[in-house]
Design a protein around this ligand. Structure first.
Ligand code: ADP
Ligand code: GLC
Length: 489
């Protein structure tokens, strides 16, 4: 099948989190299954910088083109390269005003003020490029709120055009809490017929809601773990869209994300100070020493090293982590933290780091190579997420023999088998349920106690390292969903 993948981020070119990782790795797995994929993403400043650093030449595929819709017009340039290390075409939509910015979405937690305009432009430009370049996908696969308009446009007129008559859409929710919400006045930006201003379409309690549109108009909807697919149909986790999702549950499927097992392999990872594998773990101990050196912490036998690598937003449980940290440090742990995000969290974590400089190191920023060193060099990874659609960090940790300590929510339930007295043979991590600093600390403490039990610990590490988180199985499930979408009228 010919699949058009439209996404705001693609790793390693421009990424803020797991959406980038998935967009950089799932297409490879789909291509292996015989699909013919093209990817579209905006030419963010980060992407431009990545191409310059990596001496990638971009081919201009179309002259600067006016994109016109409703009362709007803006110019797009279209450039082409391939997804690194593949021959999958990657199209970049360039417009300096919208995408040549310091950050991909920020500074506000929910993005720049003109988020609706930026991504409406992007979706319109993708469609125009398809028309001009003769790209006729069987499946338009859109991701998160940024590209939610594509299924809407497909159903609202594009399909009436002969070339797109057979195209069907799949919409993947990576995070239901970012919905692309705008004021009522934003409706005029979208260029949709007034009948779409309805609670059965884009309108949600008097506001524009792009994600709602994606969910309603896509032929199939997926989200990134089976457990999250269930959770988002409940009022507690439905972020106001649970009713819509329940009523459309017949076309909603949870497919667990995979990871790129080639770039995330402790045996070959060039970022890891000393490579290792499940059968030869010496390198992990050396990587821990190197990480402690980087962090300015002293190596001490039997002292566990706990890490946290994350966007610093409330989703990730930073409010639980900060009070629990003091207790972990007092109980004898070393802790290293790498994150960036809301300044109240950055400041609070920096303060903990400064007050405990002999036990704790906090790096504020986004640093992929350092993230790899943290997964490799630590004994445990903390992930006290309040909610977690899938979570990739715990899978990276498991693959690197680092035992995850997680709150059992979303995809963490589908990937972490928590240790208890009865299942030491199959467990691969530690889990807690109640979102409180006390429960996080108790869970980490259980981990710290077991860290001293060499046999138990080796078993936990071996269980994690032998799990299969490759994309193979999930790519087959996407294949099934694409086929189902093709059957929609
Ligand atoms: P989310 O997409 O919600 O942020 P995931 O666990 O799916 O969570 O993916 C997070 C990805 O972002 C991982 O690849 C992780 O290593 C990376 N990441 C998060 N914060 C940082 C950071 N400060 N520096 C480098 N990589 C980071
Ligand atoms: C989102 C979610 C995360 C998921 C990622 C990739 O950013 O927060 O849990 O792993 O998307 O699907």
């Amino acid at each position: 099948m010919r699949i058009l993948f439209a996404t705001a981020e693609v790793s390693p070119i421009a990424k803020t989190g797991g959406l980038g990782d998935v967009s950089g790795s799932l297409p490879k797995a789909l291509a292996k299954h015989g699909h013919d994929i093209v990817i579209f993403m905006p030419l963010h400043r980060q992407a431009r910088e990545w191409f310059t650093r990596n001496r990638t030449t971009l081919e201009e595929v179309l002259p600067a083109t006016q994109i016109m819709w409703a009362n709007w017009a803006a110019e797009a340039s279209f450039l082409r390269t391939t997804l690194p290390d593949t021959d999958i075409p990657l199209y970049l939509v360039a417009n300096d005003h919208f995408f040549n910015r310091e950050q991909i979405y920020a500074p506000r937690a929910d993005g720049y003020d003109d988020g609706i305009e930026r991504f409406t432009f992007f979706c319109r430009a993708v469609i125009r490029a398809c028309e001009l370049l003769g790209i006729v996908p069987d499946i338009l696969h859109a991701h998160d709120w940024h590209t939610a308009l594509l299924p809407v446009y497909l159903s609202s007129g594009l399909r009436g055009m002969t070339e797109f008559a057979a195209t069907r859409s799949v919409y993947t929710i990576h995070n239901l809490n970012y919905q692309g919400i705008g004021r009522a006045a934003h409706f005029s930006v979208l260029g949709l017929h007034s009948r779409y201003w309805s609670p059965d379409a884009i309108e949600h309690f008097g506001q524009v809601n792009l994600m709602k549109g994606g969910i309603i108009f896509a032929d199939q909807v997926t989200t990134v773990s089976p457990n999250y697919a269930h959770e988002i149909q409940t009022p507690a986790r439905g972020a106001g869209l649970d009713g819509v999702l329940r009523s459309l549950s017949f076309k909603l499927t949870g497919i667990l994300n995979g990871i790129d097992i080639e770039s995330w392999d402790p045996e070959t990872d060039p970022n890891v100070p000393s490579n290792y594998s499940a059968s030869q773990m010496n390198g992990k101990a050396l990587s821990k020493r190197a990480l402690l050196d980087d962090a300015g912490l002293r190596w001490r036998a039997k002292t566990p090293l706990l890490s946290f690598v994350s966007r610093l937003v409330d989703q990730k449980g930073v409010d639980l982590l900060i009070p629990a940290l003091e207790h972990m440090l007092r109980a004898g742990a070393h802790v290293v933290i790498l994150g960036s995000g809301e300044s109240r969290y950055e400041d609070a974590l920096m303060r903990v780091g400064e007050a405990n400089s002999d036990r704790c190191r906090v790096w504020i920023g986004f640093d992929n190579a350092l993230a790899h060193r943290l997964y490799a060099g630590s004994d445990m990874l903390l992930m006290p997420s309040i909610y977690e659609p899938c979570g990739l960090n715990q899978m990276y940790a498991l693959r690197y023999g680092t035992v995850p300590v997680v709150r059992l929510t979303g995809g963490l339930v589908d990937t972490v088998i928590p240790f208890d007295a009865t299942n030491a043979v199959e467990a691969n991590g530690f889990g807690f349920v109640t979102p409180s600093p006390r429960d996080l600390f108790t869970c980490a403490w259980l981990g710290m106690l077991n860290f001293k039990e060499t046999r138990t610990w080796k078993q936990l590490q071996a269980n994690g390292m032998s799990a299969d988180f490759s994309w193979d199985r999930s790519a087959l499930e996407y294949d099934r969903i694409y086929r189902r979408a093709m059957m929609a009228f």
